[in-house]
Design a protein around this ligand. Sequence first.
Ligand code: SF4
Length: 444
Amino acid sequence: MKVGFISLGCPKNQLDTEVMLHEVLDAGYEITPDETEADVVIVNTCAFIESAKKEAIDNILDVAWLKKNRGLKAIIVTGCLAERYGEEIFKELPEVDAVLGVGSIHHIVEAIQAVTAKKKGSRAKYFSHDDRDAVALGGDRVLTTPDFAAYLKIAEGCDNRCTYCAIPAIRGKFRSRPMEELVAEAKQLESLGVRELTLIAQDITRYGMDLYGAYSLAALIRRITAETAIPWIRLLYCYPDKITDDLVAELRDNPRLLKYIDLPLQHISDPILRRMNRRGDSTVIRDVLAKLRREVPGIVIRTTFIVGFPGETEADFSALCAFIKEQKFDHAGAFAYSREENTTAYDFPDQIDEQVKQDRLDVLMRLQTEINESLNREKIGAVIDVLCEDYDPVAEVHYGRSTADAPEIDGKVYFKAPSRVAPGTFVRVKVQEVVDYDLYGVVV
Ligand code: SF4
């Protein structure tokens, strides 16, 4: 029996896919990368915003076509969409045979057995919606990332209550994984060849507060650094008001912790930040940025903004653009506010017209592209460390990432080398050219 996986959304969801892959393989099923050959397809979904929900439904409809027209026997939907709209999925998408909420990922084998054992013509469905706050975190997994780079999910859920965000309702309360377990997993990943470890969670800066009564991210990084030799450790998803002095010192002094931080800020206008229920106002944000730049020279800062939040005036948006020009973030993403059911902001007055949101998003992203190009041009002539990802035989060029580029979200470095460089090897590259977000150069 062949099982196919479609994994959507963020790296946190990707890790759940990796755990399910391991359980499915362990049960003796064969995994196929080609859904047209599969007997069962598992769609692990995201439901953070409207576009993510649409992508999930489009994928389910694609595999529903395979079920109707090819040999596909069953479709299982897991992940955030399944948690949020479990009953509706069965009602609206009759082709779906099983729905597993985020607390039920460890029932994946049971679900496959149930949906493939059912009699032909039967309408029996498998539905599991276990308590997401009680599900065991971690577990063996099959890496879906290249051998040399992996994510480490250090916590699950979120206790922040940003008014636009459905994640706490989907993923449950914040739960850290014990430090010993994480260090053991980091060691295991190292033994598999991992050279870049990216720490993730909905909010990694809260790590340890529930287990140890103190913000413990810096302590965790120290333990991973002491007990492994992984050369690159990277931080994604930090919350600005929880950047402790200990963490700043670690970023400054630990040579294997990359001088890179992802700090989603969402906005800079105080009335908007208050309505978003973000902790920390514009002063806190400016102070933390100033401190990071002062204490950690050369730090690369990635952030994310939301435009078109209810009540966002032209003045609020202009303040955001001025802030972006002033701060010159190395990387900034943005999305138009998505009005999500069962979030506080859903009922806010002064919802912004969709076209206005889109126009603001375009303006902001154009601005950031110009900043990126200008920052990248400053790198021409510099020699940078690059982790080689692979070789493109068509373009006849290697590609990889520098310390300034996180996997999948930031730019790439394309480079020529006198001989073939193996994926996972570190090289020094002299930058010669810039095209959009990417750098081009030659190994020195
Ligand atoms: S910190 Fe805010 S935006 Fe991030 S997951 Fe938690 S509630 Fe959502």
